[in-house]
Design a protein around this ligand. Structure first.
Ligand code: F1P
Length: 346
């Protein structure tokens, strides 16, 4: 995150500078919508981007699976900005999606990790994430860096469009600057996470639930568990539980909640009660010092308090660790999961 922010944020001045985006600053002031295309973990980062861009810059955002978008006949005009997110910059579906959008006149903006890869070359402009090489196949630090870039973009666009006051921006950037230290603190929960992993490592299924920006975190938590430990896992918006997944809950089902103290806290608490009433095993990611959730959950993992805008950056860390420990305990190869490729080029 520090590398990603270096030279790009000036908290005391309330300023975000993004070189790659600068020449499109005027266009961004007047656009009617943004379409984000990506696959896998990068798609989850895109959902966080939707939340942040709509919240702060007030630009409507659509988030599309590139693998689906490329085969439809979507309505795209020269007024659209398409943001392609890809760690490798070589994902075939994402490339095909932006090639199609480009032919239809859209401006393409790439968020990639690997410099000089195909997606940055196909894009009109872009930002590199500077996450360094991902050793494992499953994306982890690239996700954190993608979300950081999207956060900076949301703030940058908010600033350009006059959708945010300088004092609010100073407040947000100051807190963003503290996130690397808070992540360090979040990592200190490793021992508890290991204990929790031991308890649920033999589960056949697992549910991940969150609201607001906690929803993409839930999706990412489920994907990591699937990818590296081969446990069937689903991420859902917590409020959707009653529309189907609630039928799955019994004493065999661990349910991981993103239950931090933000705008949806009370509602998440009632979702936890619904799961407990059906004897589900609740693992909750909570804000440091939480009392309410601790009374109900079977296991709690604390993360430092933060503005809701930064929740995905913090809450994803314990979920990545949870998947990691479970996978190791099950004897899985966390760096090279079966059937998965680092970049899906076909
Ligand atoms: C997309 C992705 C990764 C996943 C795996 C397969 O890659 O789905 O999120 O971890 O490596 O590919 P990318 O477009 O972000 O490189």
């Amino acid at each position: 995150i520090r590398d990603c922010m270096r030279g790009r944020i000036y908290p005391e001045e309330g300023k975000v500078q993004l070189g790659g985006i600068k020449e499109f600053a005027d266009k961004l002031k007047n656009i009617d919508r943004i379409i984000i295309v990506a696959c896998g973990t990068s798609w989850h980062a895109g959902l966080v981007g939707e939340y942040l861009i709509e919240e702060y810059a007030r630009i409507p955002v659509e988030v599309e699976y590139a693998s689906e978008f490329r085969y439809r006949n979507p309505i795209i005009t020269e007024k659209d900005v398409v943001i392609a997110i890809s760690q490798s910059g070589e994902t075939a579906d994402t490339m095909a999606a932006i090639e199609m959008a480009k032919e239809r006149g859209a401006t393409i903006f790439g968020i990639c990790n690997v410099a000089g890869a195909s997606i940055p070359r196909l894009s009109h402009a872009g930002v590199y994430t500077h996450a360094g090489p991902e050793i494992g196949v499953a994306s982890t630090k690239a996700f954190t860096a993608q979300v950081t870039v999207l956060t900076l973009m949301a703030f940058y666009m908010a600033q350009q469009r006059g959708a945010i006051t300088t004092s609010k921006l100073i407040e947000l950037l100051t807190e963003l600057n503290e996130i690397p230290d808070k992540i360090q603190t979040a990592l200190e929960s490793n021992d508890i996470i290991k204990e929790v992993s031991e308890k649920i490592k033999d589960s056949r299924n697992c549910l991940f639930l969150g609201r607001g920006s906690g929803f993409p975190v839930a999706l990412e938590g489920a994907l990591k568990l699937k990818e590296i430990s081969y446990i069937h896992a689903e991420g859902y918006p917590a409020a959707e539980m009653k529309h189907g997944p609630i039928a799955l809950i019994d004493e065999e089902m661990p349910v991981v909640f993103i239950a931090t103290q933000n705008s949806s806290y009370e509602k998440v608490i009632s979702n936890i009660q619904e799961v407990k009433a059906r004897k589900g095993k609740v693992i909750a990611i909570v804000t440091e010092g939480d009392v309410e959730v601790k009374k109900m959950a079977d296991y709690c993992i604390e993360i430092p308090d933060a503005n809701e805008a930064f929740l995905p950056l913090l809450a994803t860390i314990p979920l990545q660790l949870l998947s990691y420990h479970i996978a190791v305990m099950r004897g899985c190869n966390v760096d090279q999961p079966r059937n998965l490729a680092k970049s899906v080029t076909v």
